[in-house]
Design a protein around this ligand. Sequence first.
Ligand code: PEP
Length: 252
Amino acid sequence: MRKPLIAGNWKMNLLNSKVPAYFTDLEKAIHGVDRKKVDTLLAVPAPFLATAREHAQRAGTLIATQTIHEKNDGAFTGEISIPILKDLGIDWTLIGHSERRQYYNETDASVAAKTKATLAAGIHPIVCVGETREEREAGKMKDVLKRQMEAVLAVVSADSAFTVAYEPVWAIGTGLTASDEQAEEAHAFIRAIVAAKFPTLAERLRILYGGSVKSSNIQGLLKQPNVDGALIGGASLDPAEFGKTVSLAASV
Ligand code: PEP
């Protein structure tokens, strides 16, 4: 049985000065939750990483950055490197979120390069994959997932520590959620792709679902055998709602 991970992605929201209060409220909201039953993580804007790390400990929450550069240093204005992340005591990152692919030209190749660099440095990546609405409507969902996953699988090994987030682009920030069955179909497909190359890795790999997840739909999703948690955007901005989602996840 894989322990669920409930991860939030604040994107470019909230303020550094609001971070302490967020964690005070989150701590209250998840007080009494059996932490052996659920892991929690928040991917915060880079300038908040140090503050978030300091306060997240109270709420037993891991902190991640939202993207990472594959090179250790150099002339890459605005980027954040693995050594910068490690120096802050952070060892998780999102990679290849659909907004990075859509607005910042991230490709399967750059996602693979970032995944390879983070794994080599002992950083745990949450690698995001998922099809657009046009791709789903054209019947290409499985082709897209296979292409995206194979790029990642080319740079991992059977004992790599990483997580996959299946995020259908049409369900991100739109209020549309994949049905429990649609999520399960995609997750089972992703796990089968991994199993074809690394059977034991596939068994322990956590595959999160992302796309308008909130407290009202988390339990149905987590009841699916191949859904091992969630990556939550909008609904992670409210600590009470995020905490409620975590509590409900612990009781599935
Ligand atoms: C996300 O940002 O990864 C996401 C799934 O957003 P939302 O929950 O707002 O759809």
